[in-house]
Design a protein around this ligand. Sequence first.
Ligand code: DGL
Length: 263
Amino acid sequence: MREAPIAVFDSGVGGLSVLAEIQRLLPNESLLYLGDCGHIPYGEKTPEFIRQRCSVMAGFFREQGAKALVIACNTATVAGVADLRRDFPDWPIVGMEPAVKPAAAATRSGVVGVLATTGTLQSAKFAALLDRFATDVRVITQPCPGLVERIESGDLHSPELRALLKHYVDPLLANGCDTIILGCTHYPFLKPMLKSMIPETISLIDTGAAVARQLQRLLAQRDLLAEGPNRPVRFWTSADPASLRKTLALLGQVAGEVEKFNL
Ligand code: DGL
């Protein structure tokens, strides 16, 4: 069981930012990655639709013999993690949420910005996160429709993307944020562009590395850490495998196999 793979999924390629952190921290592990690219953006879908997708993908990974599941998507976590934990109580499942706690601890100006999807920001889970950790700071939330679609198409540099991103970031700067949470796993791919439009004193916080550490803890507790050597990552997409292969290359992932996910 130790050498069984770890399953990772996202609505698309965003979860690759988390996959990279898992590979860095746990190089012996074999990984499976599924991008539900045929159904992006999750951020604009109903929680019910996302819950159904989560359940289909989790069932698939169980059949693949995965020893753990990582929901590498904030939007899918708020919609689906509770149901998955109920349906698969014996499975280590790691979800993710915007890094409100570390951002509230780090801010000096007392103003924190959150870039995330509409679905994440509208969720009760996010409201609870603010109630718990952000009582002493001001939090400015900014939904960012359109960014995910651009990243999915491999666009990390165009003037149109830059204009859209600036439109979302400017209100955070105008409100005095000194800490910006990247609350969607697609957004770490925009860090170079973001850094070019904000002062150096502003910190960008994402949760990929924390998720990898949490996964390591859960596997260690159950004596499930692999000794290696690992096997190449297997990729699936619910859209076109050739197009995912192209985007993977642009995002710095060497893709072995990319298979079509038909469920
Ligand atoms: N990557 C996902 C997240 O972390 C959402 C992207 C989407 O809207 O499909 O929230």
